[in-house]
Design a protein around this ligand. Structure first.
Ligand code: SAM
Length: 236
């Protein structure tokens, strides 16, 4: 892969970056996303942030080879530490777990004052991000889901606003499945949650065979609750 043609997953993220934005792509790895956007003239400035030396060097090499040093600044550091307050208006964080993404946002809260949009693409545990957005007055404004190479990916887009707005009376299912995704119920969405349910059933059956401790009973109860919640949504 190179920045000429992004993966469908990164393309889904790229489409949500506002035109002419000043962007920070955190955990940029090869910097394919900012390079793609810069080459198409879709952003005016980007920071490609990396905490690990290898990917940081890959990003620098990519930006240099693409002749984009005047638009993309590759910086090494943890999460939003690489941003000076006020520098960017959009942040993308893609290809990590939801817990890691939410942790980066939490630790870097002071860098978010000028930021108008977050585009987040968790590989797992999107619920952790939705909860963080809810608690921090970021309104989820759009979500997308797709399957690529046998894996299912979600993208979450948020702007400062009324963080409760997308959920209405569907808080529990909205947080777990995504308030926009559960309305659209696309094929990738149905596939993801059918697979999750199969997995929960498998764990449930294993727990049935295990010793009957209070923890086991609690875990079984939680699994049943989730299974029923998802069943309800898919059956609507
Ligand atoms: N964003 C790219 C994508 O979606 O294709 C790369 C994803 S890659 C799987 C995750 C990258 O995030 C790795 O290069 C890793 O070094 C970086 N990373 C993990 N934690 C980070 C943090 N706290 N701050 C900055 N980068 C981080």
């Amino acid at each position: 892969m190179n920045s000429e043609k992004l993966s469908d997953r990164l393309n889904m993220v790229a489409r949500f970056v506002p035109k002419a934005a000043k962007l920070a792509d955190i955990g940029s790895d090869h910097a394919y996303l900012p390079c793609f956007l810069a080459k198409k003239g879709l952003i005016t400035f980007a920071i490609a942030g990396e905490v690990v030396l290898g990917p940081f060097e890959s990003a620098r090499k990519q930006v240099l080879e693409e002749g984009l040093l005047d638009v993309i600044d590759v910086r090494m550091g943890d999460g939003l530490d690489v941003i000076v307050p006020g520098e960017v208006e959009c942040i993308t964080i893609a290809g990590m777990g939801g817990t890691l993404i939410a942790g980066i946002l939490e630790r870097g809260k002071d860098k978010l004052t000028s930021v108008k949009r977050l585009v987040l693409q968790p590989n797992i545990s999107a619920i952790t991000i939705r909860k963080w957005l809810l608690d921090n007055e970021w309104e989820l404004i759009e979500e997308n889901i797709l399957e690529e190479d046998g894996k299912i990916y979600e993208a979450l887009v948020a702007e400062k606003g009324d963080s409760m707005k997308p959920y209405q009376e569907k808080m529990e299912s909205g947080l777990l499945l995504g308030p926009f995704l559960l309305q659209k119920k696309e094929e990738a969405f149905k596939k993801k949650w059918n697979l999750e349910m199969m997995n929960w059933h498998r764990v449930y059956n294993q727990l049935e065979k295990a010793s009957g401790t209070i923890e086991t009973a609690q875990k079984k109860q939680e699994l049943l609750q989730k299974i029923n919640l998802v069943k309800g949504v898919l059956g609507e």
